[in-house]
Design a protein around this ligand. Structure first.
Ligand SMILES: Cc1ncc(COP(=O)(O)O)c(C=O)c1O
Length: 726
């Protein structure tokens, strides 16, 4: 069989010293005397001599590899001195064999009775060892050990040594799959020098099952981290009893608490576990043919390995990969749609588009569906700095790993965020305090409590078709959602231009409510996207104050730079609100919202009641919100919104399809009818551009992309709209 050079260590006979000879060697070389016990080894010999461990190396072992081992051990001891590795005490040679003397580590070997905590700790130790080796390099590390899951393709010739046809077929199936799924991805995986054989047989454990010694570094080499973990998992799967995958996942969690795995690694972890099991049985069968006298040791793991392989094969190899982290393939869109209707409460608003978009991924201004088609997202304002912006996702992930709790403890991100938000408010507003909540609705709800307690009034003015949220109190303030004929008696409406303001105040007074607040979304988004003159909005503010009410600027839609001049759209109208509410874009998708007001308003509420919102301003939410503010600054997205917004407006006007309104990257195009707008929105979707519609007549195209929208995207959008309207 043409099994070539890198196998030479496996092909060379292991040393075969007897206990008496070992006693003599120990005495001669190290003046060491004591009882000799064979600890077993695959290609070397390892003995316990008194209180020391003596290793006699295979003559086929490359001296450079032994140097690799010695240097790696020294490196680990320096980088992570707490790792329990056996120190080498001395060395010598006998009959061409290197003989090394190690200290004996405490604990028992070959443990099979680990509880979940110990399983997790075992994998954590593996990860720590990997971390300790991360910066280590040695020229001999590039050796190709057949045990390494990266070498599985070379197992083919060995399969013939497996006597049973059915078992041979299982191994062939595993190798087919390996070639199909693993090999094409292999060169993209994180790789470094790794232990290469971190198994329960190569560690000692203490009474609690925690690793007290890592005993064998004979398989050190440059390999993928995932392959190294797969070896660890194969060992753990053996102790998993009835539920091997649960135990393996606990080990993966332990490992990931130290080294988070990349998607590409999780994708093939199960395949690597299968490949390792295949390597164990194929190499064993092949070696037993050669060294029948060492069969007992060589075959020690066969029964467990075959049991797992047969069990996994019966389960289906795809399923094994998924149990260990590979993603589920997307559910067929129609089936998902059906299940959505069955599983979700029917009061949830319907899906957008006649042909709903089944999204699986987002990046920047693009969304990708389950078939891999990409859509230009010209509609979503939540991903304000672009879908899945790396600064935000990393901020969230890092803080999630570090700490997430509620605001009854002290932690920096919340305070940083509060101070940062206050600093963005124009000084003349006097807005100096923040409360963090979870949604725009909750922010507006809290603003309502501030307004009613501060003023003692109970009436409110909103624009004709405003939307401010979903709570019971705020649904009353959202005419867009009012059922036919519904009009709460404490609510009056005005146009976005302030028409009807005086009458509204009068009506509220007449009904004994008095004005507690006027809520304004300065983008007037649900009203159909309007940009009234600043004086009109100022007049609304003035009349509100005169009536004894507070002005609430709802920046949930138009805030965070969308309007293109300022971070907050109210600033464009030159008004100084009493309360500002933030939401949607604030965490780029992570739920976080805020109420900013003068401390005296919060004091008034406190006099009646305290407020606490469990998730409000948790460390992760705060980190997400801070990252969003940073990106808006760094990428100059407010300026971008202005510049690209102007290009967008011009391009849309040039189409001459209807009145174009808006500011920055909040733009509306009024078409002749709702039907026409609906058709256009759906045709745009089919052309790969996502927009929607708004306004009391639902005839205004609503274009409200992430603020990273660029000139090139304007061109794509305008071309699609031209085609969709012609
Ligand atoms: C202006 C405005 N305010 C408040 C809200 C409510 O925000 P949320 O859905 O996060 O509760 C919305 C939601 O669309 C909104 O557009």
């Amino acid at each position: 069989m043409a099994v070539t050079e890198p196998l030479n260590v496996l092909e060379t006979s292991p040393p075969r010293f007897t206990a008496e000879e070992v006693a003599a060697i120990a005495g001669d070389l190290f003046d060491l005397h004591g009882e000799v016990r064979d600890l077993g080894s695959e290609r070397d010999q390892t003995f316990l001599v008194g209180e020391r461990v003596l290793k006699i190396s295979n003559t086929g072992e490359d001296p450079a590899v032994l140097d690799l081992e010695a240097k790696a051990l020294a490196h680990i001891a320096r980088v992570d001195p707490e790792l329990p590795i056996a120190r080498q005490l001395d060395s010598g040679t006998r009959g061409g064999h290197l003989v090394r003397l190690f200290e004996r580590m405490p604990g028992r070997s070959g443990a099979r009775d680990l509880g979940d905590d110990a399983v997790s700790a075992f994998a954590q130790t593996n990860a720590r060892l990997t971390l300790a080796l991360r910066g280590f390099f040695h020229p001999a590390a590039g050796r190709d050990l057949l045990w390494n899951p990266g070498q599985a393709a070379r197992l083919r010739p060995l399969v013939a040594s497996i006597p049973e046809v059915g078992r041979r077929a299982i191994v062939e199936r595993v190798l087919d799959r390996y070639e199909e799924r693993v090999l094409p991805r292999w060169d993209y995986l994180p790789a470094q020098v790794v232990h290469g054989d971190f198994t329960l047989d190569n560690v000692l454990v203490d009474d609690r099952g925690r690793v007290s010694g890592i005993t064998d570094f004979g398989d050190l080499g440059f390999a993928t981290r995932a392959g190294d973990l797969a070896i660890d998992l194969c060992s753990i799967l053996r102790v998993g009893g009835e539920k091997p995958f649960c135990t393996a996942r606990i080990a993966i969690d332990g490992y990931q608490s130290r080294i988070p795995l990349e998607d590409g690694e999780l994708d093939i972890l199960g395949d690597l576990v299968l490949a390792r099991l295949a390597a164990l049985v194929a190499i064993s069968a092949w070696r037993v043919e050669r060294y029948p006298e060492n069969a007992e040791y060589i075959q020690s793991w066969d029964v467990e390995s075959w049991t797992l392989l047969e069990q996994f094969d019966a389960r289906g190899l795809d399923e094994v990969a998924r149990e260990l982290g590979a993603p589920q393939p997307p559910v067929p869109t129609e089936e998902l749609h059906r299940r959505r209707s069955a599983a979700l409460g029917s009061a949830l608003t319907g899906l957008t588009y006649r042909n709903p978009v089944h999204v699986v991924r987002g990046e920047g201004v693009w969304l990708f569906d389950a078939d891999g088609r990409r859509y230009l997202d010209a509609y979503n304002n939540v991903p304000v700095v672009g879908h899945c912006h790396p600064r935000v996702t990393e901020a969230v992930v890092r803080q999630t790993r570090l700490l997430n709790t509620h605001s009854r403890y002290l932690y920096e991100p919340l305070i940083e965020l509060a101070e940062r938000l206050i600093a963005t408010m124009p000084p003349e507003t006097g807005l100096d305090a923040v409360m963090l909540v979870n949604s725009g609705s909750e922010a507006n709800d809290l603003a309502w409590r501030l307004a009613t307690t501060a003023t003692g009034h109970s009436g409110v003015i909103v624009t004709e078709f405003a939307y401010h949220g979903v709570t019971t109190a705020i649904a009353d303030l959202s005419p867009e959602e009012w059922p036919q004929g519904f009009r709460p008696e404490h609510v009056e409406t005005i146009t976005p231009f302030g028409v009807g303001m005086a009458e509204a105040v009068e009506q509220l007074n007449a009904r004994g409510h008095g004005l507690a607040a006027t809520y304004l979304d300065c983008g007037f988004t649900s009203d159909g996207i309007w940009t009234p003159a600043a004086e009109d909005v100022q007049a609304i503010a003035c009349a509100t104050r005169e009536a004894g009410g507070l002005l609430v600027a709802d920046e949930v839609q138009a805030g965070h730079g969308r309007s293109g001049e300022h971070l907050w759209s109210f600033a464009e109208c030159g008004i100084a609100p009493d309360v500002v509410t933030l939401g949607k874009p604030m965490g780029n998708g992570y739920p976080v919202a805020a109420v900013i007001a003068r401390q005296e308003l919060f004091d008034r509420l406190k006099a009646e009641t305290e407020v606490f919102s469990t998730f409000g301003g948790n460390p992760v939410a705060a980190r997400a919100a801070l990252a969003v503010l940073d990106v808006i600054d760094d990428e100059r997205l407010v300026e971008n919104a202005k510049r690209v917004g102007e290009e967008l407006t011009q391009a849309l006007r040039a189409l001459e399809i209807g009145e174009v309104r808006g500011r920055g990257l909040l733009v509306g195009v009024e078409l002749e009818s709702a039907q026409r707008a609906e058709d256009v929105v759906n045709r745009m979707r089919d052309k790969g551009v996502l927009i929607n519609r708004t306004g009391p007549r639902e005839n205004v195209l609503k274009i409200r992309p992430p603020l990273v929208f660029a000139s090139e995207h304007v061109v794509v959008l305008a071309a699609a709209l031209e085609a969709a309207t012609s």
